[in-house]
Write a protein that binds this ligand. Structure first.
Ligand code: GLC
Ligand code: CA
Length: 513
């Protein structure tokens, strides 16, 4: 594991929506550089930036046409290098987004692979020898190549699947993962990773990391093997490179050599039950069940402890924002939890000021329902909330039209704003190693359909009890701990008297044990 992850707190920057510096309505690298001090003052020391490579942007850049060159709308490769340098000057780190499962249909490899004549790229993608729909995929690309065949897609229909082979390949078009052409696909991605690592990038967030080897890889055995191969190739030369997967199954991804894996809104229900189900645990309504999360988390935690980290994101560019259905007080309690869990926290840009999810806005670049979580960052009260000096109708995605929309400027002035709460919680984590990535966790109170819930974080030197009550009612419970001093609280402190814990509505309390 990369050492620097032991106290990392990440901030996800969606580059097109963060800060524009040339008034074209789209964020850019220079804008991110301008806002690095803000991210640092928030208490984040690492950044994950969504894809910034050349692309026709039919899936917001997850459809790459050149993995070695950045999209001109963000700047040049030199500008990106400058961003790396500015980040390192501030003792921060940055992960780029790697998209190894598919390219844009406009990538030159794909154009070559569409040709009837056999060439170096014929097997770079997965093609059948018939023009029928692709047998194992919901969608396929067919009808516009000279080549007689149909190509598998990995996500949208314009994202052809790269070829890493099949488990038990048994049809004429299926190659084994060790086939020399599949090995060439691997080698290309090793070269791509090394290209950016040598320029100063600190690692990668890997898109759809569990999707590379196709068919019936029931226990992901072949995918795990493939990732170990990648990790060996990268980590011998770059031992400090950090890798986080969009996989959602830490047992598998961490066995594949990833340093960290996200809990996600798809796959097992644990993450969804916290924030995004019909009756989420984190709501004043108080109808959630923490057991759904705790049981899944414990299982993942035991399997990954000491080998890799679980990341619980506040949100990301693919889901509705955390603020959907929550007021600022409820959001503070969400962050008290997110920033006191083991593993590595990820804050999605704008969540720290409670930016709204905009329902039903026009889709942009393949965003669809995700577009409402990708609107421009709200910095201040100037035109376009300080995101851009372009005309309002030239904005990449519309801004939240609410006159009362939250901004960094307003919240900086208010000691009790969400922004200042997030800063304090980040500082608290930074001050106490027990609260950081490696501090152990023990759930001491987590009953079915019950509020509050409580856990102890600890290391060799310190023990901290965290009591979280998202519900809108005062609650109480009994613990095996007689008394303790309050170290920090959000909203109103809980009280511990002879083992009886009284917990105010919508509060979080940290006790020093
Ligand atoms: C991942 C990305 C998402 C993208 C998809 C296809 O889920 O997070 O934004 O559309 O992969 O690359
Ligand atoms: Ca711009």
């Amino acid at each position: 594991m990369a050492d620097w992850l032991s106290n990392a707190i990440f901030y996800e920057v969606y580059p097109q929506s963060f800060q524009d510096t040339n008034a074209d309505g789209i964020g850019d690298f220079k804008g991110i550089i301008k806002r690095l001090d803000y991210i640092k003052e928030l208490g984040c020391n690492a950044i994950w930036m969504n894809p910034c490579y050349d692309s026709p942007f039919m899936d917001a850049g997850y459809d790459v046409t050149d993995y070695y060159k950045v999209a001109p709308r963000y700047g040049t490769n030199e500008d990106l290098k400058e961003l790396f340098d500015e980040i390192h000057k501030r003792e921060m780190h940055i992960l780029l987004d790697l998209v190894p499962g598919h390219t844009s249909y406009q990538h030159k490899w794909f154009k070559e692979s569409m040709k009837a004549e056999k060439n170096e790229y014929t097997n770079r993608y997965i093609w059948t020898n018939s023009i029928d729909e692709f047998p194992e995929c919901l969608h396929s690309i067919r009808g516009f190549s000279d080549r007689f065949g149909t190509c598998a897609v990995n996500f949208y229909s314009l994202q052809p699947a790269l070829n890493y082979g099949y488990v038990n390949a048994n049809k004429d078009y299926q190659l084994s993962p060790e086939h020399e052409d599949c090995m060439k696909t691997r080698q290309e991605f090793i070269d791509i990773m090394k290209f950016w690592l040598s320029m100063g990038c600190d690692g990668f967030r890997v898109d759809m990391a569990g999707s590379l080897i196709k068919k019936d890889d029931e226990h992901s055995t072949e995918n795990i093997k493939l990732w170990n191969y990648f990790m060996d190739a990268i980590k011998t030369e770059y031992p400090d490179a950090a890798m986080v997967s969009e996989w959602g199954e830490p047992k598998k991804s961490i066995a594949g050599g990833f340093d960290m894996d996200f809990l996600l809104h798809f796959g097992p229900a644990g993450y969804t039950s916290l924030f995004r189900s019909e009756t989420p645990y984190f709501s004043k309504e108080g109808k959630g069940d923490i057991r759904v999360f705790v049981e899944q988390y414990k299982d993942f935690y035991q399997a990954s402890k000491g080998k890799g980290y679980i990341c619980i994101p506040s949100g990301n560019h693919d889901m509705q924002r955390l603020s959907k259905g929550r007021d600022m007080d409820e959001l503070k309690i969400c962050f008290a939890f997110l920033l006191s869990m083991p593993g590595v926290p990820f804050i999605y840009y704008g969540d720290e000021i409670g930016m709204k999810y905009l329902d039903n806005i026009t889709s942009k670049e393949g965003g669809y329902y995700r577009t409402g979580a990708r609107t421009p960052m709200q910095w201040n009260s100037s035109v376009n909330a300080g995101f851009s000096t372009g005309t309002p109708d030239s904005m990449y995605i519309m801004l939240d039209p609410d006159k009362e929309r939250p901004t960094v400027e307003k919240q900086e002035k208010d000691e009790w704003s969400l922004l200042n709460e997030v800063r304090r919680l980040n500082n608290l984590r930074m001050k106490h190693k027990a609260l950081q990535s490696d501090g152990e966790i023990e759930f001491v109170y987590s009953e079915k359909n019950t509020y509050p819930f409580a856990y102890i974080r600890r290391n060799e030197n310190e023990k901290i009890l965290v009591v979280i009550n998202p519900s809108g009612k005062d609650e109480s419970c009994t613990l095996n701990i007689k008394e303790a001093n309050v170290l920090y609280y959000v909203q109103k402190a809980a009280e511990l008297n002879q083992g009886k814990l009284s917990v105010p509505a919508c509060s979080a309390t940290f006790f020093q044990l």
